[in-house]
Every structure is written in structure tokens, then in C-alpha cells.
Write a protein that binds this ligand. Sequence first.
Ligand SMILES: [Zn+2]
Length: 305
Amino acid sequence: MPIKLSKRRQLSLLVSFLALALISINIANLSRAQQRATTPAPVGGSVNDYDLVIKNARIVDGTGNPWFIADIAVKDKRIARIGRIDAASAARTIDAQGLTVAPGFIDVHAHVEGIYNQPDAENFVRMGVTSLVTGNCGNSTTDVAQFLGRIKDRPLAVNIGTLVAHGSVRGKVLGLEDRAPSSEEMQRMEALVEQAMRDGALGLSTGLIYVPGTYAKTDEIVALARVAARFGGLYATHMRDEGSEVMDAIRESIQIGEQANLPVEISHFKISSRKLWGRSTDTLGLVRDARKRGLQVTVDQYAYT
Ligand SMILES: [Zn+2]
């Protein structure tokens, strides 16, 4: 069902996102600045003190703290101060009365292999997203060093991270063949994952519903996930099934995490089969049980309308 927002609320959200885009708050800076915010406001500040002052912001600092109302001063693109700040201490002020200011959001499930063609990432920035993780669902670059290295020549408006994807790695070694890898092919896949992790990949992704990922049995994924685990990576999965076999698919995801000993992130968690609608207590129950056993397993979800 579409979420209905009043015009005022829409405007309020838009302005808060724009404010986000303008200042791109860094959480660490925010909490450091917050500590300094206890000092009294300067009296008779000069317009040169700061570049920008955001007045009357409802600040959600991203640490889990309750919101608080304060002003934010920005100097040289960094948060210089949070507290009561004289509007006259900067040439530019934004009145954020009734609006929320928060650190940039992190979108952990992006498919932006082509982001260097659109370095402004305007659609993300306008939604308040300032960090992206790409390489999801089994499809990524297989040369992480080259992919991340491009940022030196082509700066992006957002932070970017990538997973290394099983489907792409398998495709490079076995093409689209529907068979198990030989031990030599398995070693080549492991070497590709290892190099990607050394080059900065955040973990391994799979798309077990897609070709060629779907040709892999669980043990193949476990072996590659073990490589990612050695480098502190996580396992993110577009599961083998999101419909009538979803329970088995969740069990497989959890099994991979437990056998390879790494955190599991189940992508776009849902039940797509109408027959199983209403059974999310069962699907989430599998996740809760795994967490009780000590496996760090999380899910993300998008909203259908
Ligand atoms: Zn997916």
C-alpha cells in the first residue's frame, strides 16, 4: 500500500534530504562535535566563523541516541560545532525548524557497477544515501582493485564499496556450464575471491536463483565463503528460492554462514509465493533461531506497493 505523506511532510522530507546532501554528516565527526556542544554559544560571532549554520535541526545522529534539537555549524565541509550557534556566525544559514538532519544513509543493496558513468549519483544523494554497497545478487566486477581504483580518476559523490560475486567468479572460470567445478577450477575460483578480498571486497555475494549461480551446490558456496571469512568478509545472498521453497533457501543461507563461519545477510527478504503469505513468522523464526545459536544473520527488505 502506498505510504501517503502530506505535502508538508513531503517537503519536510525533501528539505531534510537536501540538507543531508549538502553537509554529508560523518557519524564520527558528529559525536565528537556533540561532545563540544556543551560549551556555551559564542556571543557576537562573525560571518567568517563558519561557512554554513543549520538552525533548529532535529538531529538523529545514527548512534541510536534519541533525537535532540540543536544548530549545526559547517566549516571547510566538516561539522565544526553542534549546539546553540549564532546565525550571524556564517554567511549562509538554513532554518531546519521541524526538519530532521541525520548522517547519510548507507544502501547495502545496490547494483551500481556502472556508477562511474554517473558520478553525481544524484538519485541516491537526493534520497539522503551517501554510501553504497554494490556487487549484490551474484553479479560484480571480478577485478575489485581496478573497480575501486577508478575513484582516483573519477571521484564520486558517494562512498562506494563492493562485494565479490559468486556468479561472476564462476562465470569467469566455468562459463555458463551446469556442472560441478573440478578441483582445479575450484582452486581458481577461490583464488579470484581471495584476490578480491585482498583488494578490499566486503564479502561474497550469491545469486542462487540466477544463471550461473544456480548451478552451484551448497558446498561450492561454503568453500568460497570460507575464503571471504578469512578476510573478515560477510556472505550476502539472493537466495535460491523466494517462493514455495523459501524455508529451504533460508536454511541453506544459514548453513553456509555456520559452516564457513561468517555473518550472513539475506537480501530482499520476502515470500513471493501467494500460498505462503502470512508465514513470515516461520521464515523470520529460522533467522531468530540462528541468531540464538550465535550466527550473525541479518536481512534487508524493500517495500512493494
Ligand atoms: Zn537480488
